[in-house]
Design a protein around this ligand. Structure first.
Ligand code: BG6
Length: 475
């Protein structure tokens, strides 16, 4: 690599409570929205069930049992050399139904123990408040985030944990990949982002804009409050950035890509600038949408802008209006279709591998907001082969190495202010999209298959030694 990263650069790993902890009903925890999602498969969607139905396979119920094995896992993180570990607090451990006044002390105690163990090992926790773990009851009783009551429930939850852990956690993020739900059309995303399912005849897009805006208001209130609890807090948002390129240099393709990206940037535009962008207001007007926001909420948006932009980056996409190219029709721009980019390869799950797209994203987002950036997810989901206790995951090393090289260029050539890098699934975990165990991202292998069978034993993959060396060389 051309240059070393700065000494204070945060090297880490990332995961989310529901994908690692298991212990889904231990110590007073309530059911979360992830607990009613069955295992899907590569190309087969997960089912969202009405409550937990006995006999179905719910992979998050046990996950990798981090709840009971975190000490062993943190010892491995220490050996890797991580400075930070990104995970989430499972909201349903703290408020089992989401609408209680009093928190569940056993849930709070678990995170005290976890953060203490991390800190004892020289690893700083980086915490997401809501990573697809909304208490299921908030869906059943209130219909999810389209209901403004959830703003107060979220703020109360955030105030509880930010107060409790104010001396243990400095870096926070509010809603994980809040912009996944951008077009309101994918059930998986409106479920995991907002705990919403739709009835026939409901306008999904309008309701999703309302839910998204409610979350942005909740986030802004939490940023404002968090800074009062501890002025040292760094509170960010968390975006999924998938840059969508124009397929050709036809000006219509360029405009289509701008409109597709507007819809995804809508969320970070509000998080970072504190106002609703004009393009969104015009769109709502044209569609006749009645998106509700009070004066107090408008004020909260202005006062609760984020300190940094956290984001995931896995892949890029492409869009075209050219009639001769076939693809999946989308509504963001007349005649637009999402198409395969012929210049990049894809993973076994069809995710287009594009390291340069990471440098592009870092440039575009830094120019757009002029705020520090934090890559809190990046990684390669692949089928690993375990042979004689070893996993030779050269493909993962290759993916990560190439992305880190582009990150290096963004920092040293382009001058982007980048806080750190926490590759996703530092330890194998349950895939969010498909519920598989065998879509593996980890540098630490976990012996468990898609049917939930295995010893749960942890093993170091080749990428473990590679990342360990890279961190050492950069400190
Ligand atoms: C992001 C999520 O979408 O990407 C993670 O924040 C998720 O929760 C990760 O696991 C990878 O997606 P998947 O579907 O491969 O697990």
């Amino acid at each position: 690599m051309a240059n070393k990263f700065p000494k204070d650069f945060l090297w880490g790993g990332a995961a989310a409570a529901h994908q690692i902890e298991g212990a889904w009903n231990a110590d007073g925890k309530g059911i979360s929205i992830a607990d009613v999602m069955t295992a899907g498969a590569n190309g087969i969607a997960r089912e969202i069930t009405k409550g937990v139905i006995p006999g179905k396979n719910y992979p998050n119920h046990e996950a990798i049992d981090f709840y009971h094995r975190y000490k062993e896992d943190i010892a491995l993180f220490k050996e890797l050399g991580l400075n930070v570990f990104r995970t989430s607090i499972n909201w349903a451990r703290i408020f089992p139904n989401g609408d209680e006044e009093e928190p569940n002390e056993a849930g709070l105690q678990f995170y005290d123990n976890l953060f203490d163990e991390l800190l004892r090992n020289g690893i700083e926790p980086v915490i997401t408040l809501s990573h697809f773990e909304i208490p299921y009851h908030l869906h059943e009783a209130y219909g999810g985030f389209k209901n403004k009551k959830l703003i107060d429930f979220f703020v109360h939850y955030a105030e509880t944990v930010m107060t409790r852990y104010q001396k243990k956690v400095k870096y926070w993020m509010t809603f994980n990949e809040i912009n996944n739900q951008a077009d309101g059309q994918h059930e998986l995303h409106t479920w995991t982002n907002s705990a919403m399912l739709f009835q026939a005849g409901e306008n999904k897009e309008e309701l999703t804009f309302q839910a998204g805006l409610n979350e942005l208001i909740a986030s802004a209130k939490v940023v404002r409050l968090g800074h009062k609890i501890n002025p040292e807090f760094q509170i960010g948002c968390m975006m999924a950035y998938v840059p969508v390129y124009p397929y050709s240099c036809n000006p219509e393709d360029l405009m289509a890509s701008v409109k597709v990206m507007d819809r995804r940037f809508f969320y970070s535009d509000i998080h970072a600038r504190g106002v609703i962008p004009t393009y969104a207001k015009k769109y709502w007007e044209e569609k006749g949408y009645q998106i509700e926001i009070t004066e107090d909420e408008t004020q909260a948006l202005k006062e609760g802008t984020v300190d940094y932009i956290g984001f995931s980056y896995y892949m890029s996409g492409a869009v075209t209006t050219l009639p001769e190219i076939s693809g999946e029709n989308i509504t963001d721009f007349p005649g637009a279709k999402v198409v395969r980019n012929p210049y990049v390869q894809a993973s076994d799950w069809g995710w287009q591998i594009d390291p340069v797209g990471l440098r592009y994203t870092l440039n575009v987002v830094y120019e757009r907001y002029n705020l520090p950036l934090f890559i809190v997810e990046n990684g390669f989901g692949a089928y690993d082969r375990l042979e004689d206790g070893q996993v030779h995951d050269t493909y993962r090393i290759d993916y990560l190495q190439k992305h880190i090289e582009q990150m290096n260029l963004a920092v040293h050539v382009d001058g982007v202010d980048l806080l750190g890098y926490t590759p996703w699934g530092i330890i194998d975990l349950v895939s969010f999209g498909s519920g598989e165990m065998e879509k593996r991202y980890g540098m630490i292998y976990v012996d468990k298959d898609n049917e939930g069978k295995g010893s749960l034993v942890r093993l170091k993959k080749d990428s473990f030694a590679w990342y360990q060396k890279l961190i050492q060389e950069n400190q």
